[in-house]
Design a protein around this ligand. Structure first.
Ligand code: ADP
Length: 442
């Protein structure tokens, strides 16, 4: 097996120009076909060579045997000698095929394999040479056949003419070969032209796609910069609104009636939520700018720290968080921490009224990536919302029931996609949800 592979590689190296199949188009495939022809021809030609040579020596037709062997060694040299140019190798190959046909025809006559070799030479030439020569090979066959006809007519090859009707027989048999050769010359190139057009079209579509992709990338960058600038610059006025509203409330407390105080409360609350959204939007736009370097992240410790940070919420909800054997991984620490933080707080937040949250964090090692799962026994999600919840500002609940901005999962998705991973949810309403994400191994 190994030997066959090495043999094929060697012939390909010797008979196939180095190039990019995508950019060289049909000419690459024609060269490839030539290399593959040589690969298969060498071992298979032994099937015809051994009996041919054996028979020729048996019949004392040594010239035929020697000729067969010469052709075989010439083809062998095409495959194994490197420095000869590929175009020259192709010409040698086709000359070998045609001369084999002529020689066999001359030696054995119409009943031998000469005509088959001439036809094979035509097909090989059509496959491995440029299409502009497509009729040349049929014309060469026509010439060879005509010369043989003349030899028979003028009785110059007596061994071919022992039959009194040999010229008629010659014309009948060979006219069929000429007919098939011309038909092949006309039809086979059509296949190549069709293929070439398809390849060209594909390349054109690919080029258009690349341009569109580049434009989208640039637009995306513009949009991200815009989001960043806006969310960054809006922070200050929002902070001013809420602090002056608070001052207003403090200073004019005694002049305000209950309604006035309520209006100020709503305004402060609105400003607070807007600030929260702007901060998250800033986080969202920072992900693409994030140039954090890879470092060893102890996930077990990371989760532990998140639990400590959320201890108050955990105590209030009597939540149980189970996790073990979370491995250290190479990753960007800040975004990964953000990810776990978002998913764990969501699992705590979207709990059933009547049940305390039970959250299970687990790890599976997969080929090429790490896979983490955060499973809860919360309210669950209907399958029709599985995609929607990862879109910016998409929420399934009113803020009076569950607080939030609808950005947490969009941020998680962006973090994961930036590092080449995937995130998805599996959930059954009223039973619970499992958020699964993968991180490629660094
Ligand atoms: P937020 O929590 O701020 O609303 P997210 O992007 O984190 O925003 O979540 C989007 C929506 O997905 C939430 O409004 C909620 O309906 C749903 N969701 C997220 N996590 C869970 C969960 N663990 N269980 C049930 N629903 C969830």
């Amino acid at each position: 097996m190994r030997l066959i592979k090495a043999y094929k590689n060697l012939i390909r190296k010797n008979c196939l120009p180095q190039g990019d199949p995508e950019s060289s188009g049909i000419s690459y495939w024609s060269d490839k076909l030539f290399a593959e022809t040589i690969i298969y021809l060498l071992p298979f030609s032994i099937i015809a060579l051994i009996p041919g040579v054996y028979l020729s020596f048996l019949m004392h037709n040594y010239i035929l045997g020697i000729f067969d062997l010469t052709i075989f060694f010439l083809i062998l040299s095409i495959g194994f000698v490197r420095p000869i140019k590929i175009q020259i190798k192709k010409v040698i190959f086709i000359i070998c095929m045609f001369s084999l046909g002529i020689f066999l025809l001359y030696q054995i006559g119409i009943g031998g394999p000469g005509l088959i070799y001439l036809y094979a030479a035509n097909i090989f030439a059509l496959l491995i040479f440029p299409l502009r020569f497509k009729y040349l090979w049929s014309i060469i066959i026509l010439l060879i056949i005509s010369i043989f006809g003349l030899l028979i007519y003028y009785d110059l090859a007596p061994h071919l003419t022992d039959n009194p009707n040999s010229l008629n027989e010659w014309i009948v048999v060979t006219s069929n070969l000429i007919f098939i050769s011309f038909i092949s010359s006309a039809l086979i190139p059509k296949l190549f032209i069709g293929l070439e057009n398809t390849i060209l079209k594909k390349e054109q579509i690919q080029a258009e796609l690349n341009i569109a992709l580049q434009k989208t990338k640039e637009k995306n960058e513009d949009l991200e910069n815009f989001t960043y600038v806006i969310s960054h610059d809006l922070q200050e006025p929002i902070r001013m609104i809420s602090s002056f509203l608070t001052l207003l409330e403090k200073k004019y407390d005694k002049f305000l009636d209950e309604k006035g105080k309520q209006y100020i409360f709503y305004a402060v609350d609105g400003a607070k939520r807007m600030r929260e959204m702007i901060l998250q939007l800033l986080d969202f736009s920072r992900i693409s700018r994030n140039e954090n370097s890879l470092e060893m992240c102890d996930i077990q410790k990371m989760v532990n720290d998140i639990i400590v940070d959320n201890q108050k919420l955990i105590d209030n909800t009597h939540a149980i968080i189970k996790y073990s054997k979370l491995p250290p991984i190479m990753a960007q620490k800040t975004p990964i921490q953000h990810l776990f933080q978002n998913l764990i707080t969501n699992a705590l937040k979207y709990k059933k009224d009547e049940e305390s949250p039970i959250i299970q964090i687990s790890y599976k090692e997969k080929k090429g990536f790490h896979q983490f799962e955060i499973k809860d026994n919360g309210i669950g999600i209907e399958s029709k919302h599985f995609e929607k919840i990862f879109v910016l500002f998409q929420r399934l609940h009113d803020k009076s029931k569950y607080e939030g901005t609808g950005m947490g999962l969009a941020i998680c998705k962006k973090i994961i996609e930036k590092i080449g991973g995937k995130i998805w949810v599996e959930s059954i309403p009223k039973i619970g949800s499992t958020f699964i994400f993968t991180i490629p191994k660094a």
